[in-house]
Design a protein around this ligand. Structure first.
Ligand code: ZN
Length: 274
């Protein structure tokens, strides 16, 4: 129901109110309630009590001080304050959220092409040689009291960097070998990441595999599988990862990597072997 009330003087309308019913209005005890959508009185007729006669129930904007004071003076109590949201839905804005448009933009920018670029054939790399370097680093880590895990970064058959776990040395549970290695070589990887291979004695955790992909490294060579973390299953179930990893080899010098865990790992670490 909508009700328009007008105040007329000498056949001339000088003010009006617009009211209608609203349901479940906060701060009221009855339902529905009469709701004053608007109230208006011509300038020169104001402050003569005309609005009071037109008034039934109403609300006002938070910053509308005149309206707020008007309500208080006429016996209203503030019941609640609300926040209203708006969203542009014009053509240009609408386009930005359409998946097919995103795909089109990526294609135009050549990013899809870039995603598929990088080192694809790693069969001519000496995986055991680089894994052995990682094992030696992991042994050093185990001897110093950190987790016996290490990673090596290789580009064009050259070792660019190596890093072991430093959980205890740095008192940090996020200083995993792969993560730390990537951060230490971030600028190099920005340029050559797609042509690199990362070797790691233990399968990367979910944090590290995400960092590897974020660093554009397309090739991962693993010594020992982490049966607890199940990273391979995680990759296979996420296209974002799967599309960006060209080679994921597991089991290079597996026994030597397993020995590291048995020799230096805690009983809790051995859950990865189960
Ligand atoms: Zn990790």
């Amino acid at each position: 129901m909508i009700r328009i009330a007008t105040y007329i003087e000498d056949t001339h309308p000088i003010g009006f109110t617009h009211c209608q019913l609203r349901y479940d209005y906060e701060g009221t005890e009855s339902n529905p309630v009469g709701y004053l959508e608007s109230i208006f009185v011509r300038d020169r007729y104001r402050n003569k009590g005309i609005a009071r006669q037109l008034l039934q129930q109403c609300d006002c904007e938070l910053t509308n001080t005149n309206s707020f004071l008007f309500h208080i003076r006429t016996g209203f109590k503030e019941a609640n304050r609300i926040i209203c949201f708006t969203k542009r839905i014009d053509h240009e804005e609408g386009q930005k959220i359409q998946p097919e448009t995103i795909s089109k933009i990526l294609k135009q920018r050549g990013e899809r092409k870039n995603m598929s670029s990088g080192l694809k054939d790693i069969s001519n790399y000496d995986h055991e040689k680089y894994m052995q370097v990682a094992i030696e680093e992991a042994t050093i880590a185990g001897e110093r009291g950190d987790k016996p895990i290490a990673a090596v970064l290789v580009h064009n058959h050259k070792i660019i960097g190596k890093m072991s776990n430093t959980w205890n040395t740095r008192n940090s549970k996020v200083h995993h070998a792969e993560n730390h290695l990537i951060l230490e070589n971030a600028q190099y990887l920005r340029k050559y990441g797609k042509e690199c291979i990362i070797y790691t004695t233990l399968e990367p955790c979910l944090m590290c595999i995400s960092t590897i992909v974020m660093a554009d490294i397309r090739n991962v060579v693993v010594g020992l599988a982490d049966k607890y973390m199940q990273t391979k299953e995680f990759i296979d179930s996420h296209n974002w990862l799967k599309d960006r990893i060209f080679n994921y080899l597991v089991g290079i010098k597996e026994n030597a990597c397993k020995d590291l865990i048995n020799r230096y790992g805690s009983e809790r670490d051995k859950i990865i072997l189960l």
